[in-house]
Design a binder for this molecule. Structure first.
Ligand code: UTP
Length: 291
């Protein structure tokens, strides 16, 4: 199978669960400690050897483009100050090399499947990764790196899944599997947001995918599914049986930062894990819990 070199980052959603914060600021620019969610997704891609990024954006998403651009005035000022080398390096870390990032607009938020379809001219005929940046995954070497490595072994498409309580299946895409070795299983079906009684398992799709370009053939039809949206899950479901399709149980940390408590949890967890602020964060939390 061809190497996975490109990632699609769908960031056109309205972020309604996070209003009013997301009225003027993209959800993906909300920060976990000191970097925006979208930067974690780009770093996860880089750890997987991915070099090219297609951002599917919408109105009000300009700050994402600016974040990955060269910030001439800021960098020149930091350089001139002489004692701001760390800050300068941190600023530059958030730059994507010229020509390696494409920003295309979805225009109407018709669903995740439609957002991914908007990226097709820049993907061409090769396998590619998809990351939903509001789902933060933290592990070494990274969820996407694990998926890319697995896809090289199995060929075909691979997606990351995690167990959820049965009463929550109607919030997620859920897979049906067979030949489960405890970590990797063949996918035999998938359904978007099933009622708990109808769910074929409790394994939910967590927003990390490596897909074959054939998914665009199915997305081309623009068929709507759950919630009246063009669902990526439906297009993926049509690929099952035509090419290998595997699910990988992801065992690292994962935070749904599209909702307030998931976002809060991610900020606390990352603060406690960051060597530069871990001790103070712990003390701060202890004192807040006492008061
Ligand atoms: P979500 O449903 O979590 O994002 O979509 P949302 O619509 O922004 O959030 P809420 O529910 O209104 O709070 C999952 C991912 O798919 C993208 C989102 O940006 C997010 O990364 N998406 C969703 C699109 O790019 N376009 C869409 O039409 C829908």
């Amino acid at each position: 199978m061809a190497r996975v070199r490109k990632a699609v980052l769908p960031v056109a959603g309205l972020g309604t669960r996070f209003l009013p914060a997301t009225k003027a600021i993209p959800k993906e620019m909300l920060t976990i400690v000191d970097r925006p969610l979208i930067q974690y997704a780009v770093e996860e891609c880089r750890a997987a050897g991915i070099e090219e990024f297609v951002f599917v954006t919408g109105r009000n998403k300009q700050p994402i483009e600016d974040h990955f651009d060269h910030a001439y005035e800021l960098e020149a000022t930091l350089e001139a100050r002489g004692n701001k080398q760390v800050e300068l390096a941190q600023t530059r870390e958030a730059t994507i090399t010229t020509g390696k990032a494409i920003f295309t607009r979805q225009q109407k938020p018709l669903g995740l499947g439609h957002a991914v379809w908007c990226a097709r001219p820049w993907i061409g005929n090769e396998p590619f990764a998809v990351l939903l940046p509001d789902e933060l995954t933290l592990s070494t070497p990274g969820c996407t790196a694990e998926l890319v490595a697995l896809s090289e072994k199995t060929g075909g498409s691979v997606i990351a899944v995690m167990d959820v309580p049965r009463e929550q299946t109607s919030r997620y895409g859920i897979v049906a599997i067979r030949n489960d070795d405890g970590t990797v299983a063949e996918v035999t079906g998938m359904v978007e947001k099933p009622k708990p009684a109808d769910a074929p398992s409790t394994l939910s799709i967590i927003g990390r995918y490596v897909l074959l370009p054939e998914v665009f053939d199915h997305l081309d039809k623009h068929e709507t599914g759950a919630g009246g949206e063009i669902q990526l899950t439906d297009a993926m479901a049509r690929m099952i049986g035509r090419s290998p399709f595997h699910a990988m149980r992801y065992r690292g940390a994962r935070y749904d930062c599209g909702n307030r408590l998931g976002f809060l949890k991610a900020n606390v967890a990352v603060s406690l894990a960051r060597p530069d602020i871990a001790r103070e964060s712990r003390a701060l939390l202890a004192s807040l819990l006492k008061s």
